[in-house]
Design a binder for this molecule. Structure first.
Ligand SMILES: Nc1ncnc2c1ncn2[C@@H]1O[C@H](COP(=O)(O)OP(=O)(O)OP(=O)(O)O)[C@@H](O)[C@H]1O
Length: 268
């Protein structure tokens, strides 16, 4: 099976090591892994390492391929990345941007169906319910509309791995739900999804597994209900929170305030 696995990954920026030996259990096609943790923990850096945007020490495998050794165009044919900061000054409308992404995906050898590129772009836009903004310039869209348009571009070419960095930060509740539905169906078609999320209840709903990153290290990993415990919230986020599971199986997190550790540190 073409699983994604990270073993002892070290990465960072000029003179600044950020990831200190990140290992993750295999993420298999169809699975959604949510990566969470406090600000500056290194979550985006993990996605950039997988996407090949940073030099990496360690192993990142996609099935039999060591993806750190693939040429950029080979990697681009397999991995799609939706960054946290979306590009500005694109100068294209939503339809044109999806069409451009399809053309690039075709050049990288990503699977493109028999339909014309225009028909494929139109189908993707319709599937994401973006018809109303299809002809709007991306630079004029709201933050949430930009995120949905960026998702349409990221889905082009049926990537084996979809990397999403805080993709719902600007979405209202209905669009978050819509986004989750789309990601679930993309995963169900055999894509590996790794998504960075701050909102823990959403991460629990959206993902099959959760990994918690703190100071460049994975400190917990497993099923959402196993991982998101009161102790982890106190140790990693420094908050005291009541964690309950409601009758529908949804995780509820009620933040009560700073954890005792934080209060103790402030007093000392
Ligand atoms: N381009 C860069 N050059 C230098 N340092 C960087 C760069 N990008 C990120 N960093 C540093 O790497 C560390 C981890 O950043 P990263 O963006 O991976 O964290 P994160 O967990 O995604 O944070 P957040 O939740 O705030 O988005 C931070 O200390 C940050 O300052």
């Amino acid at each position: 099976m073409t699983a994604l696995s990270l073993r002892d990954v070290h990465a960072g920026y000029a003179g600044k090591p950020v990831l200190h030996g990140v290992s993750l259990p295999d993420v298999t096609p169809g699975q959604i892994l949510a990566l969470t943790g406090p600000n500056a923990a290194g979550k985006s850096t993990v996605l950039k390492a997988i996407g090949g945007f940073l030099p990496v020490r360690g192993t990142i495998m996609l099935g039999p391929d060591d993806i750190t050794r693939l040429k950029p165009f080979q990697r681009a044919g397999k991995i799609s990345y939706m960054p946290q900061a979306l590009p500005r000054g694109v100068g294209l409308n939503v339809f044109e941007s999806v069409l451009a992404a399809l053309r690039i995906a075709g050049k990288h050898g990503a699977t493109i169906s028999g339909l014309s590129l225009e028909r494929q772009a139109a189908a993707l836009i319709e599937n994401l319910d973006l018809g109303d903004i299809a002809l709007s310039n991306i630079d004029t869209l709201s933050g949430g509309q930009k995120q949905m348009a960026a998702l349409a571009q990221a889905l082009v070419g049926n990537p084996s791995v979809l990397l999403l960095d805080e993709p719902t930060s600007a979405l209202d509740l209905r669009h978050q739900d819509e986004f989750m539905r789309v990601i679930r169906s993309v995963a169900a078609s055999g894509t590996i999804v790794v998504v960075v999320l701050h909102e823990l209840a959403l991460a629990a709903r959206m993902s099959d597994r959760i990994a918690v990153l703190s100071k460049g290290r994975i400190v917990a990993e497993g099923l959402p209900v196993e991982v998101l415990s009161r102790d982890i919230l106190a140790d990693v986020w420094g908050i005291d929170a009541e964690v309950t599971v409601n009758a529908r199986g949804s995780l509820l997190i009620d933040v009560l305030g700073p954890s005792r550790n934080v209060i103790k540190k402030e007093i000392e």
